[in-house]
Design a protein around this ligand. Structure first.
Ligand code: FBP
Length: 354
């Protein structure tokens, strides 16, 4: 922890001083997201007492049962960011369509995409949860933004971050100038800087995958996971397995200690042939952070930040963490999964970036 007490607002302002034309838009947006995170953190810590555990008796667009905390987190982020005059649109895992800014509020040039509460299966068992978010700049001339403004590849992100609701609440973000972490000090109600310019260690320790899905894996993915387990003659030492059911929690550990998280595309024809996680507001933002920390994120065929979404809630396979580990996954898939590649590659738009 740095000796001086640095809040998120101060850190953003110091970062923006490096950009003479910076408008301060970010600090206001980040303050809105940080305030939402504090309110969500308060609710997650007393969820059992506040009667906010359990299902909300409503299915989201993915046909999944929404949890009360999912809905609370979604509404909280919306309310803390809709009036600040910096956004023209929002996208959330919990809402079928783009979320327009209410007419009574001024609009800005940015789009906020978010997974309000990641790791929903952990809510009722007091497991770690998270919030994932990303910010895009509006591309169209429409004052209040369009669907096309939201359907941008991860390469277009101007900022991204996540909040982790664990033993402590942490706020991690990047604006393309390194990855910085803050920890919530409940005694002052402020996120205080705890690390700057985070880098993923080169020697990895962990791999994170739902091994219970092995029967649906393609041959290349099965061989890759065996390689991670050190079951291949030429492979390096076996990595330890860690899987919490929360992408944010597993990603954060692997970011700090070195490792790889994967949620692969399953055998062609199965419901998860294109993976489970969402490209726009789960894979994209975390891929930006991974790269800023020296890592890499792939859909199994190439940089997931180069995939242009054609739908808001498009799913993608995800391999994210140490670059060497993720590139090895791409090699195993290229080697052994032609049938899966023939089904998957035509289903997504991968931008060619020189
Ligand atoms: P949600 O955003 O709906 O929680 O889904 C994402 C997620 O919960 C990740 O956090 C986690 O890594 C994964 O799905 C768990 O999925 P599974 O239970 O299939 O392993």
């Amino acid at each position: 922890m740095s000796s001086k007490l640095v809040t998120i607002d101060r850190h953003i302002l110091e970062q923006q001083r490096k950009f003479p034309n910076a408008t301060g838009a970010f600090s206001e947006l980040m303050s809105g997201i940080a305030l939402a995170a504090k309110i969500i953190a308060r609710e997650t810590t007393r969820a059992g007492i506040a009667g906010i555990l359990g299902a909300a008796d409503h299915l989201n667009i993915h046909g999944e049962e929404q949890q009360k905390l999912d809905v609370f987190a979604d509404q909280t982020i919306f309310r803390m960011c809709d009036h600040i005059g910096r956004l023209c649109l929002m996208v959330s895992e919990e809402n079928d369509d783009v979320i327009p800014i209410p007419d009574e509020f001024p609009v800005g040039n940015y789009i906020l995409v978010c997974d309000p509460l990641d790791g929903s299966s952990n809510i009722d068992v007091n497991g770690t949860l998270g919030t994932i978010w990303g910010v895009y700049r509006k591309m169209s001339h429409s004052e209040r933004g369009t669907l096309e403004d939201a359907l941008q590849p991860g390469l277009g992100l101007v900022a991204a971050g996540y909040v982790i609701y664990g033993p402590s609440t942490m706020f991690v973000y990047t604006t393309g100038m390194g990855v910085h972490t803050f920890t919530l000090d409940p005694s002052v109600g402020e996120f205080l800087l705890t690390a700057e310019n985070l880098r993923t260690p080169d020697s990895p320790k962990y791999y994170s995958v739902n091994q219970g899905k092995e029967k649906f894996w393609t041959p290349g993915v099965r061989a890759y996971v065996q390689w991670l387990q050190g079951l291949h003659v030429e492979s390096q030492q076996a990595l330890d397995a860690r899987y919490t059911g929360s992408l944010v929690a597993d990603f954060h550990r692997n970011l700090l200690c070195g490792g790889v998280y994967l949620y692969p595309g399953e055998m062609p024809g199965s419901p998860r042939a294109n993976g489970k996680l969402r490209l726009l507001y789960e894979a994209g933002p975390l891929a930006f952070i991974a790269e800023q920390a020296g890592g890499y994120a792939s859909d199994g065929t190439g940089n997931v930040r180069c995939v242009k979404p054609s739908q808001l809630h498009q799913r993608t396979p995800l391999f994210i963490g140490n670059r060497a580990l993720v590139e090895q996954a791409e090699r195993f898939i290229r080697l052994s999964d032609q049938q899966w590649l023939d089904q998957y590659e035509p289903s997504r738009v991968m931008l060619k970036v020189s």
